[in-house]
Design a protein around this ligand. Structure first.
Ligand code: NDP
Length: 331
């Protein structure tokens, strides 16, 4: 009996159908609307989904990418916000989500394998010296014999979340000696681990290919500057799939020009899209790609949001969900 009363109280708190507002800013809402509707139905959730058009709908949840401040003023009944991405730096920087309103982000949702694939391609390009072959000099046929180093370079991954771990696993499978750095100490079989500021120097000192998979926070902003590059072995390489704000662009360019670093493969930038006048575009040791290392797949992402929403509806506290964002640390 008590449980029926508890259930009725819960149902009274959560009127049916649940109203969800979808604010996707630069992302097209159509694909998301379809994927979310499908995922909510599959999870047995009774949901009315509205694309945000500036008018309040009495929503209890918001699914967002770079939402406008007005949304939160217009929808005071929100109980949680779902971020359509793994990184929440842009959302937190806007400072539009009211304090105390839980934010839940995507965890992996199909992105980890893709980011690992991107990094492994960049590793293959470095170790095989692929840049010597493309584009082929006009009219030339045949290749110059080239010696390549037998020992695979030591790979170091900054960040041991879903992305960092997938990158480490993939690199290790291809025989690279791997190490990782995180905020809190971690133990991972077969991986040399380092933590916190005390662990950064020895981590950088052993790392010949540095892969950044950190979230952008107050602590990770500008982390990779001239001092960090100076601690790495001469001729090391940098791959950035985390966020552009972690690298100090001028210091990276200086380290490349001095020969301290051999190459940089950059998928993310301080300003995106990368401005036309930025020196990265024309630097011979820099490869730029337009934030495509791991596109967010609609189906798995929507499924994860539906599963999290179902948990919340069952009374699971938001801070127990896998993608709960701890705003105090910024990720
Ligand atoms: P997680 O939150 O799961 O993991 C973050 C990792 O970074 C954790 O290991 C954490 O340490 C570590 N970390 C955070 N702050 C610090 C710090 N100050 N010092 C040392 N380590 C720190 O994130 P994900 O793996 O899901 O994603 C990481 C980032 O990748 C995203 O925030 C996003 O910016 C980027 N990304 C890029 C994509 C692309 O297409 N280029 C696609 C998807 C994500 P601890 O384990 O101790 O908490």
């Amino acid at each position: 009996m008590a449980s029926i009363e508890a259930q009725s109280r819960r149902l009274a708190r959560f009127p049916r159908p649940m109203k969800i507002t979808l604010a996707t800013a630069t992302m097209s809402p159509e694909g998301w609307r379809e994927a979310l509707a499908h995922a909510f139905a599959a999870a047995g959730l009774d949901v009315e989904l509205h694309a945000w058009d500036g008018r309040p709908t009495g929503a209890t949840y918001a699914v967002v990418w770079l939402p406008p401040a007005e949304l939160f003023a217009a929808e005071p009944g929100l109980r949680a916000v779902f971020n359509l991405g793994a990184g929440v730096d842009a959302l937190l920087a806007r400072d539009v989500v009211p304090a105390g309103l839980p934010i839940v982000r995507l965890v992996d949702a199909g992105m980890a394998t893709k980011i690992a694939e991107y990094v492994c391609f960049a590793l293959a390009r470095i170790t095989r010296g692929l840049d010597r072959f493309a584009p082929a000099p006009h009219g030339s046929r045949g290749w110059q014999a080239a010696s390549s180093r037998e020992e695979p370079p030591r790979v170091g991954v900054l960040g041991l979340g879903a992305m960092g771990l997938a990158i480490l696993e993939a690199a290790a499978r291809f025989g690279y000696p791997v190490a990782g750095w995180s905020r809190r100490p971690r133990r991972i079989a077969g991986v040399e681990t380092f933590a916190d500021s005390a662990g950064l120097e020895p981590f950088l000192g052993r790392t010949e290919v540095l892969v950044n998979a950190l979230p952008l926070t107050g602590e990770t902003r500008d982390l990779l500057d001239r001092h960090a590059f100076a601690r790495m072995p001469r001729g090391a390489h940098v791959i950035n799939v985390g966020r552009g704000g972690t690298i100090v662009d001028e210091d990276l360019l200086a380290a490349l020009d001095e020969g301290r670093l051999a190459s940089a493969t950059l998928d993310v930038f301080r300003v995106e899209p990368l401005p036309a006048e930025h020196p990265f575009w024309s630097h011979p040791k820099v490869t730029v790609t337009p934030h495509l290392a791991a596109p967010t797949p609609h189906g798995p992402a929507a499924g994860q949001i539906a599963a999290a929403l179902a948990q919340l509806e069952k009374g699971v506290p938001a801070h127990e969900l896998p993608g709960y964002v701890d705003r105090a640390v910024g990720y």
